[in-house]
Write a protein that binds this ligand. Structure first.
Ligand SMILES: [Zn+2]
Length: 146
């Protein structure tokens, strides 16, 4: 029975745009084709987007991407995260952070856009050329090329 209601709601939401919803006027959030409870926020495309996992009154933000590296650090990420807060004013919004993105998320936490940073441990990102997350590797490379 519960499933039926959810499906009906989803159908209604889909009237606005194919496979997309607006939450408190913020959107579109497009349902991820494969992941459960996962929505892709495209309201700031083409400059940036991110994923959210929305479950049990909690919102986890994932995969924040600002596409043009030249416009990073000029408020695009902040604007997008403030959108997520406006879409989910009552939810607990949280993230896991890589070492290189932690200062950004600390700022977002300070501004009240997110409620918590989950990981308190060091977590290097997957980009092995990132000097913040992989300082030893970078030093090793420099030695090799000298
Ligand atoms: Zn990094």
């Amino acid at each position: 029975m519960k499933m039926k209601i959810e499906k009906q709601n989803k159908k209604q939401a889909c009237k606005i745009e194919e496979n997309a919803v607006y939450i408190n006027g913020i959107g579109p959030f497009c349902e991820h084709p494969r992941k459960e409870n996962c929505w892709i926020y495209n309201g700031r495309m083409p400059s940036s987007n991110c994923w959210i996992f929305n479950k049990d009154g909690k919102v986890e933000i994932h995969n924040v991407i600002v596409y043009n590296p030249l416009i990073r650090k000029s408020g695009h990420g902040r604007a997008m995260i403030s959108d997520i807060r406006r879409a989910f004013p009552q939810s607990h919004i949280w993230v896991d952070t890589w070492n290189c993105t932690r200062p950004f998320w600390q700022k977002m936490h300070h501004e009240g856009f997110i409620d918590s940073i989950a990981n308190d441990y060091s977590w290097p990102c997957i980009n092995t050329t990132c000097m913040i997350c992989h300082p030893n590797r970078s030093e090793f490379r420099r030695r090799v090329f000298q």
